[in-house]
Design a protein around this ligand. Structure first.
Ligand SMILES: Cc1ncc(COP(=O)(O)O)c(C=O)c1O
Ligand SMILES: N[C@@H](CCCC[NH3+])C(=O)O
Length: 417
């Protein structure tokens, strides 16, 4: 995380001391680095050089409008999974011709909105969805461009909750069934089959599962072409892992070089939809220690951020490095960093050597730019954190901290109560 480093005033993001941000707007606060977003995107772009390609950004990783605007301005496409993400992507200025829409449960309203924007591709996940698409497109006099999302049945070697390409997964269509479905599409009037899509999971730290899946799916592209389908796009999904702790992760170049022959053999334009790789190490969560607590032999640092702000540790037992904002290499304390939420699973770091922070000290949870704020909730009626973007020595609030009034927005107490 080159854009977060110790210098004047403690831990900094680019040209700004994180303490300055927190002193001004409080905590918990997510802080994102423009330079880190740009660097990760450009690394992906360069890895694909020589191939006809489009790097799409998976909006689900971090959908803040300013993050999206940054990527849209760099030329990225967008991978969306809901009408809400389509709305965000359009507001942020993505070119609809660079938008791909995945997800097993697209509703009629979502399909209509995406057809209305003339997005590039629907990544279709079932025979029923295809039928629905044909019917809706027909009703509104539109044509739908379609990729079949296949399930290559490969173990990605990642956490079970974020594996999507194995035999029993709800995602995608088995490759043999995709061939049968393709023949059926040939008879549809409003649907054009022009792509194959796959995505086998997230935080994948080895090349081998990607390579195995891509070889299988590329085989389908070639078979469909042999059968006369005009397959112009091969979407290899996202999933490239990042270093949270000490994982050895392939660089985008190593990854693409390893699969380049399979990609080239398809003759198709290559799409990818990376979320974590682009946003993960571009963000930190600032949180203040509210209390120190000892319970028997165990020590706790109680923070003002909890599982509602950052769910990954509770949900996946995910590891995020905890740094003192004040100083590098301060003395350490074996403790749990926990939040104020009334759940015993509410922790940000468990049984770890943590900075020996005093009450009032600021900590940074590293690598929280992806699936951090985007998975936050109001559980325990906790207003969601503020978000900040840093660019050079400038910074701005890109999402205001929620207030108590936001918690009850839209709630109505009917007259009969
Ligand atoms: C269909 C699809 N595409 C892209 C992504 C982005 O994945 P990642 O953030 O691991 O790159 C996901 C999430 O796993 C996904 O479900
Ligand atoms: N939310 C997950 C990633 C899921 C990706 C969505 N398909 C995480 O935080 O790691």
């Amino acid at each position: 995380m080159d854009d977060f480093y110790y210098g004047e005033g403690g831990l900094r993001c680019e040209g700004v001391a994180l303490a300055e941000i927190s002193e001004s707007i409080g905590s918990p606060t997510y802080v994102y680095s423009f330079a880190a977003l740009e660097r990760a995107y450009r690394e992906l772009e360069e890895a694909f050089s020589g191939l006809d390609h489009l790097v799409c950004y998976a909006v689900k990783a971090n959908g803040n409008l300013s993050v999206l605007r940054t990527l849209a301005s760099l030329g990225a496409g967008a991978d969306i999974v809901s009408g809400g993400e389509l709305y965000r992507a359009m507001k942020a200025g993505f070119d609809p011709k660079k938008v791909v829409f995945a997800g097993v449960g697209k509703t009629e309203a979502e399909i209509m909105a995406a057809l209305g924007e003339r997005i590039l591709l629907f990544n279709v996940e079932s025979a029923s969805e295809l039928e629905r698409l044909e019917e809706i497109a027909g009703r509104f006099g539109k044509r739908a461009r379609v990729s079949l999302r296949v399930n290559p049945d490969v173990d990605p070697g990642t956490h079970a909750h974020i594996s999507t390409g194995q035999g029993e997964s709800k995602f995608g269509i088995p490759i043999d069934e995709a061939l049968v479905l393709a023949e059926k599409i040939g008879r549809y009037r409003c649907v054009d089959l022009i792509g194959v899509h796959q995505h086998i999971g997230s935080q994948i730290t080895k090349i081998a599962p990607h390579a195995e899946a891509i070889e299988k799916s590329a085989g389908l592209v070639e078979e469909l072409k042999r059968r006369g389908f005009d397959i112009r796009y091969f979407n290899i999904g996202g999933g490239l892992g990042i270093r949270y702790r000490d994982e050895e992760v392939p660089s985008p170049k190593e990854y693409i070089d390893a699969i380049r022959p399979s990609l080239e053999a398809t003759g198709a334009k290559i799409l990818c939809e990376m979320g974590r790789y682009i946003a993960g190490n571009a963000g930190v969560l600032l949180t203040r220690v509210v209390y120190r607590k000892k319970s028997g032999a165990k020590s706790f640092l109680v923070a003002d951020a909890g599982m509602n702000d950052l769910l990954r540790p509770s949900l996946y037992d995910a590891h995020h490095e905890v740094r003192s904002v004040k100083e590098n290499g301060s003395s350490s304390l074996k403790a749990d960093l926990v939040g104020p939420v009334c759940e015993s699973g509410d922790y940000l770091a468990r049984d770890r050597e943590l900075p020996d922070a005093a009450e009032g000290d600021l900590l940074a949870l590293m690598g929280t730019g992806a699936y951090g704020f985007s998975m936050a909730s109001n559980y325990n009626s906790r207003p969601r954190a503020a978000e900040v973007m840093v660019k050079g020595d400038r910074w701005a609030v890109i999402r205001e901290r929620e207030h108590n009034a936001d918690l009850i927005k839209g709630e109505v107490v009917p007259a009969f109560l």
